[in-house]
Structures are given as structure tokens and as C-alpha cells.
Design a protein around this ligand. Structure first.
Ligand code: IDC
Length: 313
């Protein structure tokens, strides 16, 4: 039985992601790295292995909106490249649907720190893909990975500014397709679930993002999650790392365990960063691995081994 056969179409009820009977469903999965750099991993054989061997139930497709890793993103690129990015996202969604995996489509705001910088492009992207994915009951939209701050002025994007962006984009998606779960990033690299809990958006079927990197974020951020839950905020950990927030550094097993135990206890979905062979701690493949599928245990990095263990519990 595939994950989709098991759980079916999901929606948000209270603070939980639930199936049609209202039973809470906790999804667990892997996020791609920047799709511009690593499109080769979007293939059926790899996703089949993730589903069957690693027990992954959701794949997240990280489509960078701005310049990163020597590539222009969707928003600052040209039409040809935009179409290529849309096609790779659609390909990922199609593979997931075929395999009965859930698929999160991530408008990956990062170095373009304020989602309002590219509202027009975000609307364009969702207007293009949403009609094509209307019948894809496995798809979830994530409309801004990590609103953060202007690194020069240190001015942080506020929750009100994120809400403005969300109010510009969510109605566009809902007008085309009102049945999908939509996930909204929160302040300071998606750590502000407390602020979201105090002033959530007025739409239904919405979840909010919390991201953690176990060697950087500890009790203080877990406390915010507990607070948000106490206020009934639906939270999805659409990205986490077992190491440092820069994607590298050392793996912190002790803090990772505290996080995963908490998420599992609360049945909160989580997705590990990242599917690549980049020479950095958070890549799940070893740097020398040239394969795009058919991975053996030797191809998994230390983070990859943690991924396997985390999916299994
Ligand atoms: C990092 C990648 C790194 C890449 C950088 C810029 O690991 O290889 O060069 O982005 O593209 C996030 C972001 C995620 C980051 C990750 C690690 O969502 O894009 O990936 N991180 O820094 N938030 C917190 C950590």
C-alpha cells in the first residue's frame, strides 16, 4: 500500500493534518537541494527507493526563487528558465502521484529574504502550475520557505509583512484550487511560529512552518513550538537539519533526538534537508556518489544514515 493509498487526501483540522476520517497523519520525508543545481535526483527509481526502503511518505521540491549557488532563481531569471523550473516541479509531482507519495512544492525564498520582493512572480508561478495540478490530491503548496532579513541592514521581515504576501498569494491559489493544503513560512528563517499562533491567517486549510537545525536551535525554539501547539496552530516542519543552520558543521545527535521525539509525540510532519552529494554535512549522499538512484548504504553520508534512522521511527 502506498502512503497515498493509506491516507488519501489530507486537510487541516484544528492543529493537525488529517485524513478524511479526521485522523492525524504525520508525513515524513526528504527535501531536494536547489532544483537548479540537482535536478537529476527527480527520478522515479530514486523516489521508489525512498518510499520502499527509507519509508518516506513525502518529497519536498525546493524551487529557489532567487539567486543562489551560482544560479538565478525563478524570480530573477528569464522565461525559458522559468519554464524549465516549472517542468521539473511538475515532473516531481507526477512521479510522486504515480508512486503514491505526497509532494510539497516549495517556493524557496531564501537570499531574496522578503517574499514580498517577488509576489508577482509567485503569483505567476502558482497561476501556471495550480491548474495543471488540480487533480493531484497528493500535492501540498508551500508559499515561502524562509522569510528572513536584509543581511546588510539587519532589518527583519515581520509577521505582518509575511501575512500581506500570504494574502496576495493564497486567494490566487484558492481561486484555482481550493482543496490543497497551503503552508506559510514564518519570521526569521521560519522560526516565528509563536507570532503566527498569536495572529494566524483567516483562511482554512493553512499550516505554518517551523525549521530547525539541531546543532543551532534548541530548547528556545522547541518552546516556541510547544507554545504554538498550545494555541492550536497547525505546524509542519517542512525542513530540518541534524547539523548546523549553515547546512554544514557537526551532527548533533542529542539535540536531533530531542527534536524528533517531540515531533513524533505531537505527530508533526517533518522533512530532512537535503537530497544531494554536495560536500556539506546536511547532504544525505557522500560527496563522491555520482548516482542519481540505486543508492547503497555506502552512498549515504553520516546525515544520510541519520535520515534512514529518523524515517524508521
Ligand atoms: C543551503 C545549502 C547550501 C546552499 C545554500 C544556498 O545547504 O548548500 O549553498 O543553502 O542555497 C535553510 C535553507 C536552505 C539552506 C539550509 C542550510 O532553507 O536553503 O541550504 N538552511 O543552510 N534554512 C536554514 C538552513
Amino acid at each position: 500500500m502506498t502512503p497515498f493509498e493509506k491516507y488519501g487526501k489530507l486537510h487541516v483540522e484544528g492543529r493537525n493534518l488529517v485524513n478524511e476520517e479526521g485522523k492525524t497523519v504525520q508525513l515524513k520525508g526528504i527535501s531536494t537541494h536547489n532544483l537548479n543545481v540537482y535536478p537529476e535526483y527527480i527520478n522515479e527509481e530514486a523516489f521508489t527507493q525512498f518510499r520502499d526502503e527509507y519509508k518516506v511518505t513525502i518529497m519536498r521540491l525546493a524551487m529557489y526563487t532567487g539567486f543562489a549557488d551560482d544560479f538565478y532563481g525563478y524570480a530573477d531569471s528569464d522565461d525559458k528558465h522559468r519554464e524549465e523550473l516549472e517542468n521539473i516541479v511538475l515532473k516531481g509531482a507526477e512521479i510522486c502521484r504515480k508512486l503514491g507519495l505526497y509532494c510539497m512544492i516549495d517556493w524557496h525564498v531564501l537570499l531574496d529574504y522578503d517574499p514580498n520582493m517577488h509576489t508577482d512572480m509567485s503569483i505567476r508561478f502558482f497561476k501556471n502550475i495550480c491548474p495543471k495540478l488540480k487533480d493531484y490530491d497528493n500535492v501540498i503548496y508551500e508559499i515561502c520557505n524562509e522569510p528572513n532579513m536584509n543581511l546588510e541592514t539587519k532589518e527583519a521581515v515581520t509577521w505582518d509583512q509575511i501575512k500581506k504576501y500570504a494574502r496576495d498569494v493564497i486567494p490566487v491559489i484558492k481561486e484555482i484550487d481550493d482543496t490543497k493544503v497551503i503552508i506559510v513560512g514564518t519570521t526569521i528563517w521560519s522560526q516565528g511560529v509563536d507570532e503566527a499562533a498569536d495572529a494566524p491567517l483567516e483562511y482554512d486549510n493553512i499550516m505554518y512552518t517551523l525549521h530547525f537545525y539541531a546543532d543551532t536551535h534548541r530548547d528556545k525554539l522547541r518552546d516556541k513550538l510547544v507554545y504554538a501547539r498550545s494555541k492550536d496552530l497547525p505546524v509542519f516542519v517542512t525542513e530540518f537539519g541534524v547539523g548546523h543552520a549553515n547546512g554544514d558543521g557537526v551532527i548533533n545527535d542529542e539535540e536531533s533526538k530531542k527534536w524528533i521525539d517531540l515531533l513524533n509525540k505531537e505527530k508533526i510532519g517533518h522533512i530532512i534537508w537535503n537530497l544531494s552529494n554536495k560536500a556539506e554535512t546536511s547532504a544525505i549522499l557522500v560527496p563522491g556518489c555520482k548516482k542519481a538512484n540505486g543508492f547503497t548504504d555506502e552512498d549515504l553520508s553520516e546525515c544520510g544514515k541519520r535520515m534512514k534512522a529518523i524515517m524508521a521511527i
